[in-house]
Every structure is written in structure tokens, then in C-alpha cells.
Design a protein around this ligand. Structure first.
Ligand SMILES: Nc1ncnc2c1ncn2[C@@H]1O[C@H](COP(=O)(O)OP(=O)(O)OP(=O)(O)O)[C@@H](O)[C@H]1O
Length: 297
């Protein structure tokens, strides 16, 4: 191994409150592992939004910037990195609750295995979504998804959180959550009454691999509109999922697009990668191969 100065530079941004605070507890081991390959700088976040500021203000001159935390932390770091024309490579240490982005990129969920993985794997270019002046890696969503994710945001962070997520989904489906949506793409306009619109770039949502064939370099989003759907329909969709069959239901409308405008009445809160980001209307665009990430697509 060469001198410290010969090594590439890595900035590790970690969220000490993500998931069950495992990154915080293991930061010494994580640092020792990464130092074997890189000249390491470590920056913990102090509050929400801080990971994005660190990435935007301090990434210059680094070869790799690692987001250690959950999807929210990765979302913030990506938003910081996307401001640069010449972007450092992104690495992931999955210390969150759902870790949907890490799952899609096949990063091991064990923190030290993820460090080993980073040392061995090559980066690959992935598509990034853009909505107005914000970016997303995994998904853009309005309706049910946004309501549920903000409701659970402050709940106790244990494995029970996943369970809570599904219960809350069912609860909201029973309530008055319908809205009108008009989506315009490169070649069509679709108007529906919906409870949720989900624009998938990645494969997983809340730890479930819902879009198994959706690769992060496909050049297209998978757009899902969930129309008015009741409990019996949910059970039928859930049983398809459990039987590993493609999710097909008359209340679920799917298509592919790389550019779309979404208008809702009434206006809906936007959720990107599990983080709230303003309200519709939205212009959503796919930026092909915009970021290099250590992982597999
Ligand atoms: N020091 C901090 N104190 C409080 N909140 C923070 C701090 N640093 C970051 N945050 C916020 O913590 C929130 C949760 O982080 P993150 O999404 O990474 O973990 P998670 O919710 O457990 O994982 P996942 O999104 O994968 O389910 C984010 O909204 C982020 O802005």
C-alpha cells in the first residue's frame, strides 16, 4: 500500500440518527475499513438538510463521496453532488430503515460488507430523476405515498416501522384520498382519478422489491397510477406480489416515460425518495447516466 498522499480521497458523510443509529455505533470500524483504500475525511450531519450542504460545499477535490445512512441521506447527498458539472463518484453505506436505493444497487445491507463491496466494485452510471430543481434516485410520488411517508417520519425507528407503513397505507386507502391527475408525456396525455402516482427509477419501495426488472440505467421511468382501490383489491395485489407474479390489476395503470408533467386537483404534496418536497404541478425528467455510483445495476 502506498503513502497516504497516493490514495484517492473519500469524503464520508454520515447521518447519526438514520435507522437504528448503527452507522453511529460502527463508525470506527467503517472508518478503519475505508482507510485501507482511501484518504478518508468524515463529516457527521447535525440536522436534516446538512448532508446536502456538506455535499454541495465540501465535495470538490474528492474522488468518492459516501452517503452513510438511509434513503433520505443518499437523497440529500445526491442533491448536493448534482450541482457539480464534474461529480465525484457516490458510495453507499446503507444505515437506514428501508435502504431502498442500496437494495436496487445490490449493495450489501451489512455495513462492513458494504465497505468491502465499495473497495472491490467499479462505479456504474445511473439515471437520476429531476423535478423542478430537485433530484431523486429511487422515486417521485404523490398522493398516498407522500401522506404515509410523512405520517411515519417521526415514529419510533424499529423494525416495527415497516409494519406501521403497511397499516397506515391500508388506513389511508379507506379514507377520502382521491384526486384528479393529468399526466402529459412525450406522446400522450392521461387523465384519471387516483389515490397515488408513483414514478419509479429504482426497484424497491419500503424494502419491497416491487419493480424487479427496473434497472437504474434503463433510460426510462416506470410510471404507476393507482386508481381508486379498496381493501379486497389490495389483498389481490398483495397475493400476486407474494406469488412473485407481475402486479397487474385494473386499478393499476402502468407505462414507461422519461419526461412527464403531472398536475393534480387538489394539488398534492410531493415525496421524493421518502423526503417531502413541495406540491404539484411538477415537471419530471430523467437524466440518463447522470451519476456514477459504486454498485450494480
Ligand atoms: N443529525 C441529525 N439530526 C436529526 N435528523 C437528521 C440528522 N441528520 C439527518 N437527519 C434527517 O434524518 C432523516 C432520516 O434519515 P434517513 O432517511 O437517512 O434514514 P431512515 O429514514 O432511517 O432510512 P430510510 O429512508 O432508508 O428508511 C432525514 O430526513 C435527514 O434529513
Amino acid at each position: 500500500m502506498g503513502k497516504e498522499g497516493d490514495k484517492a480521497k473519500l469524503l464520508l458523510i454520515y447521518n447519526p440518527v438514520a435507522g437504528q443509529e448503527t452507522v453511529s455505533q460502527m463508525i470506527g470500524d467503517i472508518a478503519r475499513s475505508l482507510q485501507e483504500k482511501w484518504d478518508l475525511t468524515i463529516r457527521p450531519t447535525l440536522c436534516g438538510g446538512h448532508a446536502e450542504r456538506i455535499a454541495a460545499q465540501e465535495s470538490e477535490g474528492y474522488d468518492v463521496v459516501v452517503a452513510a445512512g438511509g434513503d433520505g441521506t443518499i437523497h440529500e447527498v445526491v442533491n448536493g453532488l448534482m450541482r457539480f458539472d464534474k461529480r465525484p463518484i457516490l458510495g453507499i453505506v446503507p444505515g437506514g430503515t428501508a435502504n431502498d436505493i442500496a437494495r436496487t444497487m445490490q449493495v450489501p445491507l451489512d455495513l462492513l460488507e458494504a465497505c468491502e463491496f465499495m473497495k472491490q466494485e467499479q462505479p456504474c452510471a445511473i439515471d437520476i430523476g429531476r423535478c423542478n430543481d430537485r433530484y431523486f434516485v429511487n422515486f417521485f410520488g404523490v398522493g398516498l405515498i407522500s401522506t404515509v411517508s410523512s405520517e411515519i417520519k417521526n415514529e419510533t425507528k424499529t423494525y416495527l416501522r415497516h409494519f406501521t407503513y403497511y397499516l397506515k397505507s391500508l388506513q389511508y386507502l379507506q379514507s377520502d384520498s382521491l384526486f384528479r391527475v393529468a399526466i402529459t408525456t412525450e406522446d400522450k396525455t392521461i387523465q384519471k382519478e387516483a389515490v397515488m402516482v408513483y414514478v419509479a427509477n429504482g426497484q424497491s419501495l419500503a424494502g419491497l422489491e416491487l419493480f424487479g426488472d427496473k434497472e437504474l440505467n434503463s433510460g426510462q421511468f416506470e410510471v404507476i397510477i393507482v386508481e381508486n382501490i379498496g381493501l379486497s383489491e389490495i389483498m389481490s395485489v398483495a397475493s400476486s406480489y407474494l406469488r412473485r407474479e407481475p402486479i397487474q390489476h385494473e386499478a393499476i395503470f402502468r407505462f414507461k416515460a422519461s419526461e412527464l408533467t403531472i398536475a393534480c386537483s387538489p394539488a398534492q404534496f410531493i415525496d421524493m425518495d421518502g423526503e417531502k418536497n413541495g406540491k404539484t404541478p411538477s415537471k419530471v425528467r430523467l437524466l440518463s447516466g447522470a451519476l456514477r455510483v459504486i454498485g450494480r445495476v
